[in-house]
Design a protein. Structure first.
Length: 132
């Protein structure tokens, strides 16, 4: 998981998380939050009539069985609702992913400066991040 800071204090940070569902059932993400950054919304890029727009995902984001959600810029990401300038001093931030079945999954997200590329990590593939 990685958090890319906004260009300045008026731009909220965005998070990019990879989640592998190795179970035989779908899992539904209902919320993502961080004590350091507050609540967040899931955002997805939708193409309608040849025009791409970023929309807030309403309801749960479903990850089918034996599938992976890989968040990337211009596809799917998490937008924290409040910019937090003090986060830029941190190396990482704890985030919480709440699932519809009541399960909560925690992750430590690396904090990156604005404009940084995010790791292209896929389950079971080496990416050099040390978290294969």
């Amino acid at each position: 998981a990685e958090i890319v800071l906004g260009a300045n204090e008026s731009h909220p940070p965005r998070a990019f998380v990879s989640i592998w569902n190795g179970t035989s059932s779908s899992i539904d993400i209902v919320s993502i939050a961080s004590k350091s950054l507050g609540l967040a919304s899931l955002r997805a890029t939708v193409n309608a009539g040849g025009v791409s727009r970023i929309r807030t995902v309403t309801g749960a984001m479903v990850i089918p069985p034996h599938s992976e959600l890989v968040m990337k810029p211009d596809v799917v990401h998490v937008l924290f609702n409040q910019p937090t300038p003090s986060v830029s001093d941190l190396a990482s931030v704890d985030i919480r992913v709440d699932l519809a079945d009541g399960t909560t999954v925690g992750a430590k997200a690396k904090v990156l400066p604005d404009g940084s590329p995010v790791t292209d990590h896929h389950h079971g593939e080496g990416d050099g991040s040390g978290s294969d």
